[in-house]
Design a protein around this ligand. Structure first.
Ligand code: GAP
Length: 475
């Protein structure tokens, strides 16, 4: 019996969400292509994140930095040294490779030791070896040391090196954030679990620049008179922001419909912290293959701006006009993966209804799939269905409705098969609303709107349709 992940992988291919990269050549390991529905859904996830960060929060601006940067960036960031390396062990018998942190609670990154025997075949394991994850490339025609650079391994470095540009051009005051969505690359030793761990992936990162400690003025005020909420927040310490962003980010997944019992926050032990962080926590999801990280929140202290100041020779400290203090801002980072959240939204929305929900004679014996995606994330929002396709007047009316709605919503026109079969196809890809044009529609200038989740149908005048659908999709 296929587990949910296998069923979702099959659905993704069948319905155009995700394909294996270079499939006609036998595929290319751990690389995937997003199909017509996949790209719509991916764009919706990115928009939901961008709206949350840049619109729903004060003082966050966007950036789109280049993937290729000066190799000096990666020296300063510590990515070329042992800090950005996974520990690899190999089984001497079956030659399967493992990251030592794959051994839950036992790997060195989690403060334990790597087991002596291969978990697959019981064979002897090699000594752990460090393996750097940076993807090397060359710029220009000569492939030598001087032309070597790297595909970025995290988008945030583009933010740090632009800290001063953004601060000055936007005349920002601390605390403020810079957010960015973009591709990152890592030469992962053990990619897998579909799009969970890939070598090319997209990140949605926000870097929050804040005071290293509360200002003198606030320190004096604490315990005596409380300032306004905004004033208080302006003086929060990095630890306060770290707690704040953990909650905010968890809430984002909850607001988009992920079930509470499938999410948790796990604080990092000291031994697990990445080389740049002084504190960290993962938002984890209960995948079919276990609890795994989907987003990291890190307190990076002054590590990044201090090192970029040192390596570039440019002073990246901040002068606070009000308090007359000069300091290197501390950074709280939120770092999520587009692919990982895509997988989480799919898995959490996936439901199988035994015996069918649409109650057509055939369907009652079958299992029906319902993808209960949040309306914001659904790749297609509205489907337009003539009741039958062999009545030209119905087809004409349905085509007119489709043309009318197309500029406003991601729409699909579908006239193939019985209406029940069409509803099932739409439920399987999570279309929130299906509009059926029947003979009554020709007389009354109306149609039925079927709700994916409740299956309730209501008649609506065609002239009111855009307004009604907008309201329904926003709720
Ligand atoms: N700037 C900090 C940073 O990159 P990270 O914990 O290494 O932190 C953050 O990565 C997020 O990026 C992860 O939680 C995950 O969502 C995504 N990510 C990292 N490596 C990935 C990979 N190989 N495949 C897919 N997503 C990945």
């Amino acid at each position: 019996m296929a587990n949910n992940l296998e069923k979702i992988i099959s659905l993704c291919k069948r319905r155009g969400f995700i394909f294996q990269s270079s499939e006609i050549y036998g595929g290319f390991s751990s690389c995937y292509d997003f199909g017509p529905l996949g790209v719509e859904m991916k764009n919706n996830i990115k928009k939901a994140w961008w709206d949350e960060m840049a619109k729903n929060h004060d003082n966050i601006v966007g950036l789109d930095a280049s993937i290729l940067m000066s190799p000096k960036v990666w020296q300063a960031s510590g990515h070329l040294t042992a800090g950005f390396a996974d520990e690899l062990v190999e089984c001497k018998n079956c030659h399967k490779r493992f990251r030592s942190d794959e051994f839950e609670g036992q790997g060195r990154d989690r403060g334990g030791t790597v087991p002596q025997k291969c978990p697959e075949c019981g064979g002897e394991l090699t000594e752990p070896k460090k393996f750097n994850l940076m993807m090397k490339t060359f710029v220009g025609p000569v492939e030598d040391e001087a032309a070597t650079t790297y595909l970025r391994a995290e988008t945030c470095q583009g933010i740090y090196v632009n800290f001063e540009n953004v601060l000055n051009s936007m005349r920002l005051k601390i605390p403020f954030g810079i957010c960015q969505i973009g591709k990152s690359f890592r030469n992962e030793i053990t990619p897998g679990d579909f799009i969970y761990r890939t070598r090319e992936f997209e990140q949605m990162e926000m870097q929050w620049f804040c005071r290293p400690s509360a200002s003198k003025t606030t320190r004096n005020r604490r315990g005596t008179k409380r300032g306004t909420d905004a004033e208080e927040k302006n003086n929060w310490r990095p630890d306060d922001w770290f707690e704040y962003w953990k909650k905010e980010r968890l809430n984002w997944y909850l607001k988009l419909g992920i079930k509470k019992e499938n999410l948790r926050i796990r604080g990092h032990k000291k031994e697990e912290l990445p080389h740049y962080a002084i504190a960290g926590a993962d938002i984890e999801y209960k995948f079919p293959f276990g609890w795994k990280e989907i987003e990291g929140i890190h307190n990076r202290g002054d590590f990044d701006l201090k090192n970029h100041s040192k390596f570039s020779g440019k002073d990246l400290s901040y002068y606070d006009e009000e308090t007359k203090e000069k300091y290197i801002p501390h950074i709280i980072e939120t770092s999520g993966g587009v692919g990982r959240s895509f997988l989480v939204f799919l898995i959490d929305a996936y439901q199988e209804i035994k015996g069918g929900r649409t109650k057509t004679t055939k369907a009652t014996k079958e299992i029906e799939i319902l993808l209960k995606l949040d309306k914001k994330l659904a790749p297609i929002k509205v489907a337009i269905l003539p009741l039958v396709r062999n009545k030209p007047e119905l087809v004409k009316k349905a085509t007119e409705v489709y043309q009318m709605l197309k500029p406003y919503f991601a729409c699909q026109y579908d006239e193939l098969g019985s209406i029940g079969r069409r509803y099932r196809r739409l439920d399987e890809i999570g279309v929130p609303f299906a509009l059926t044009i029947d003979f009554e529609s020709l007389k009354q200038e109306d149609l039925t709107v079927r709700d994916r989740d409740t299956m309730k149908q209501e008649r609506v005048k065609i002239k009111d349709l855009i307004k009604i659908l907008k309201e329904k999709l926003e709720n």
